[in-house]
Design a protein. Sequence first.
Length: 100
Amino acid sequence: MPDTGQESRHRSIEDVEQTVKALVVSHLNLDIDPQDVDIDEEHFLTNRGFNSIDALELLITVEKEFGIQIEDEDLDASLLRTLRVLSRYIHAALEKRQPT
């Protein structure tokens, strides 16, 4: 269920990382525990057969799950270089939504 309320804005980076790992494992139908995913592995997604259509689908899922909008200028391969890069992007987007 998507996080669109106040609680999504206060998620820790660790929580975001765990959610991203679970989304990727589910999206790729990997037979591993999300806890076993190395969040810093370079090209984790492409090493497992992830293609551009999979990337688009994953990013749409991320937007829905976290209630964020990934900006067009941020849509490039570097966003998916590692799961930590993606997680930090998500966390920053959530932080921007916090009231000032």
